[in-house]
Design a protein around this ligand. Structure first.
Ligand code: FAD
Length: 515
């Protein structure tokens, strides 16, 4: 366990060995993650809006190192934040004056585990990136997890502490529904192994628990045979009612005529290179024929994105199947875009976006993102107020909007969701150019507030995904009738409120109480 200590801080622990000079020079790697983030790197996150300087960054190699760090923090009145890949938006992975545990330094070994039902899972580090899990599983066993995020440069422990959603969630559930066992160190420094059968309260508490109850050091992720190829299809709608009707029909369809992935996004009805027509076609295929857009269409259009997995070399069967699946959909004929890519390339698709954003500087700038879950009953109204009005000029990045199913999320998990059986993820993934080339960040944050206020004042059934609140009463409102359970779990598993201080839910050693 090595720590980079900040010489300016006087509350530093006494780790076994110390490295670094406090200048904040991290060790970058080609995939944009750092094996040994420095104090400077650990003082910020992908959001780039909140900054908080830790006393030290610890690089644990094992669960024992994690437990030692938590116990040390307990005796020194410090807080501890597990840092996955630091891809939080609002400082959730930071620890102001406390310890940051660099989860990427944990032993990265992956093992295949066979389950009693004849299926398999991968036993992976909580600090592994999903792209590493994919590579290992496909290369060694031609298998893969069932549920993904769009971008794979996120850690297993980081997404299990939040949700982990993408176009497979309607079918297989989110990533929090695709883990069978976790190894964890709770806030009292104790090590546990938990599952739905053993220590089940802890198991479900951790899932979407914002890192409040324990640090996940390993997880068992179920696998399926990896398909070889995917047919990746985008179709365009001008009417949001038709878009949502088709999307909801697809996510509630089961059996062989179900797609393997359903997502979608709103885009601006203009030639804007980032948010307009050019954002729809695949690079190698035909371009967008704007002449096909019906006269009188509004300022925003919608793109449904679906995928079918296949293995065989010949495409006849998949051609037939896809034709049958697309035929009943009400998209604008002629505005369909189709490409065949390998399964791994499809799952790695956001890597290309990352490369471009790094090249133009927008990966390193601030990212005032907003993620919401909104009930299906409110999504048409949301479209009218938000997409067609507030965001009609776009946001300088993707505006995802696609449905998923409540029944795929276990109510014992910590995640707070709308009550509706079908609800939408709305993800406003802003990549603004630095000011003055781009907008001022406080103006963008004000627009996010306006959108959240619109949801509140219209009484929508909605929740923030990856939320950020400043007050206890906001957190209590977020969890609703599950708040007392969340508080009780905190008292059981992290009674001194040591863990994940950047979430700003509980104060270190503050007395826990119900509102
Ligand atoms: P961090 O940001 O480092 O940590 C997040 C929180 O989890 C912190 O509170 C931290 O203390 C805690 N934590 C981290 N590791 C552990 C652990 N091992 N045990 C316990 N607590 C831990 N989300 C989706 O659902 N779907 C997407 O498609 C998606 N795409 C994204 C694309 C990009 C480019 C970015 C930046 C984010 C995306 N996200 C997506 C959001 C992502 O789920 C969050 O950023 C999440 O925080 C995971 O990131 P991370 O692994 O870097 O964790």
């Amino acid at each position: 366990m090595i720590a980079y200590l900040d010489p300016q801080q006087n509350q530093t622990p006494n780790p076994p060995s110390v490295a670094g000079d406090g200048t904040g020079t991290g060790t970058g790697t080609s995939n944009g993650t750092e094996t040994e983030p420095s104090i400077t790197t650990a003082s910020s996150d992908f959001g780039g809006i909140i900054h908080a300087v830790p006393a030290a960054v610890i690089h644990p190699k094992s669960i024992t190192d994690v437990a030692s760090a938590i116990r040390l923090a307990g005796t020194r009145h410090l807080s501890v934040a597990a840092r996955g890949n630091g891809h939080s938006i609002s400082g959730q992975s930071l620890s102001d004056g406390g310890l940051v545990l660099n989860m990427r330094s944990l032993d990265a070994k992956v093992e295949l585990v066979s389950l009693p039902d004849g299926k398999y899972c991968a036993d992976v580090s909580g600090g592994a990136l999903w792209e590493e899990v994919l590579e290992w599983c496909v290369k060694n066993y031609n298998m893969a997890p069932l549920s993904w995020t769009d971008y794979l440069g996120l850690t297993v422990g980081g997404t299990l502490s939040n949700g982990g959603v993408s176009g497979q969630a309607f079918r297989h559930g989110p990533q929090v529904a695709n883990v069978v066992q976790m190894e964890v160190v709770t806030g009292d420094g104790e090590c546990h192994v938990c599952s739905a059968a053993d220590s089940s309260d802890l198991f479900y508490a951790l899932l979407g628990g914002f890192g409040q109850f324990g640090i996940i050091t390993r997880a068992h992720i179920p696998l399926q045979p990896a398909p070889r190829m995917v047919r990746w299809i985008r179709v365009v709608y001008d009417k949001f009612e038709e878009y949502t009707a088709d999307a909801e029909r697809l996510v509630t369809r089961t059996g062989p005529d179900a797609f393997d992935y359903v997502e979608g996004f709103a885009f601006v009805n203009s030639s804007d290179p980032v948010n307009g027509w050019p954002s729809v076609p695949f690079p190698s295929g035909p371009s967008f024929d704007a002449g096909l857009i019906p006269v009188g269409s509004g300022p925003v259009l919608y793109c449904l994105e679906v995928v079918v997995h296949y293995n065989h070399q010949r495409n006849d069967k998949v051609d037939e199947k896809v034709d049958d699946m697309l035929r009943p959909l009400n998209y604008i004929r002629g505005l369909e875009f189709i490409v065949d890519v390998s399964y791994v390339d499809f799952l790695s698709r956001v890597k290309h976006v990352e490369k471009e954003a790094r090249a133009n500087g927008s990966w390193e700038s601030a990212h005032p993102w907003l993620n919401l879950f909104i009930a299906s009953s409110d999504i048409l109204d949301f479209d009218r107020h938000v997409f067609k009005h507030i965001l009609k000029h776009g946001i300088g990045g993707p505006m995802l909007v696609y449905p998923m199913l409540r029944r795929k999320w276990d109510r014992r998990m910590s995640v707070a969701l709308p009550e509706s059986e079908i609800f939408y993820l709305v993800a406003l993934l802003r990549f603004p150019r630095p000011y003055p080339e781009g907008p001022r960040i406080d103006e963008v944050l004000a627009q996010n507030h306006e959108i959240v206020n619109c949801c509140r004042s219209n009484g929508y059934d909605f929740k923030l995904y990856l939320p950020h609140y400043e007050t206890e009463s906001d957190w209590a409102e977020h969890f609703g009738d599950r708040w007392s359970r969340f508080v009780r779990r905190k008292a059981d598993y992290d009674p001194m409120a040591i863990l994940a201080p950047g979430q700003k839910i509980f104060s270190r050693a503050a007395p826990l109480r119900l509102l």
